[in-house]
Design a protein around this ligand. Sequence first.
Ligand SMILES: *Cc1c(COP(=O)(O)O)cnc(C)c1O
Length: 424
Amino acid sequence: MQYESSQNAFGHITTGLIHHPYVPPGGFEAPQPGVFKASTVYFPTVAAMRQREWKDKSAYTYGLHGTPTTYLLEERLCALEGGLQCVLVPSGLAALALVALSVLNTGDEVLIPDNAYGPNKALAEGELRHFGISHRFYDPMDPADLSRQITPQTRLVWLEAPGSVSMEFPDLPELVRRCRSQGLLCALDNTWGAGLAFKPFDLLNDAQMDPSGAGGQGSLSVDISAHALTKYPSGGGDVLMGSVITRDAALHLKIKLCHMRLGLGVAANDAETVLRSLPSMNLRYQAHDQTARALAAWWQAQPQCAQLLHPAFEGAPGHPHWQTLCERIPGSGLAAGLFSVMIDPRFNQAQVDAFCDGLKLFKIGYSWGGPVSLVVPYDIASMRQKWPKHLKQGTLVRFSTGLESAHDLILDLHQASQAHLLVR
Ligand SMILES: *Cc1c(COP(=O)(O)O)cnc(C)c1O
């Protein structure tokens, strides 16, 4: 009998390797959590399977609905952003799409800031339109324009602070107040703030609260915070992931159900990579910020710079709004590692492109939040309804600072501008 020869204490070796009875001791503790991978999750009995609840974190039903690894990441992200519930999705853009598909119905309208992350506009134009969901763009620097764009069909308002290319910082509390007064849902793309520069679910600092309590503004919060974890939480330029965080259980359930029906799972190894990066995130964010400010200060002194677009700099569009929201203690405000420079119009696009090509440490590439500094020239005219009043003419170049030495990065900017942006 062939079977007997390869049998051991647990049956045939093929079966034994699958149903091996050894269980390692519990109580293992180490700095990083383990990676739990699953599509299938076991139930002890059929009855248990039928009764198992998947919508909360009381147990496990299927890999798509959560594992210890994803639950842990969700809870840590809630702590970061000040939310109560979190859903993970395979990219930041998927987070924006999930929000739209969860809360919008045929006939509804969504308002998007004109300086929004480009693919969020493309989502409305290319996909939501098919479902009979319309959109309008508003000027985020003019709260009255937001009010003007609201129609009886408006259901959702997107917010972004700052716009991730032109970097103007809106009066976020005022925009949220206007949404609130109209009963509109507001969703923030919180990728820039990352839960560190300001608290999306607590937008008023103490100075703005009425100390008497009478007629005080109370709390002010967005309904939904969407975050491209691809950026600072990952920190490596090697993971795509997004999160959708809320504080309202009913709203979360709506998003969770849509998430389940669309099947938007994340890979366990990716979740673990983000978990591994979270402990250093605050330190990295501050380092990116310091380097960005050193580079921005260098640019400000250059004759090629027509306008510096960095919300922490005096004179940059929306700087006072950044101060109000992000500087709860004066001088302590954080501002990420992202800024743009409007290169003087006497330099043409080809010269600006050659400058970008001439940089050695800065790589040409999208995204931000990783260790490597990045540069991208943008054509603002093609991205906006009309040229924004607060932007000077010129060619916009966006810099994302990595974790290299600021001194070395400035030398790189200097050599490339000497070679390609020479002021005669
Ligand atoms: C990168 C980014 C996204 C999308 O994230 P992906 O993971 O690249 O899809 C969304 N919003 C903002 C502001 C971003 O910078």
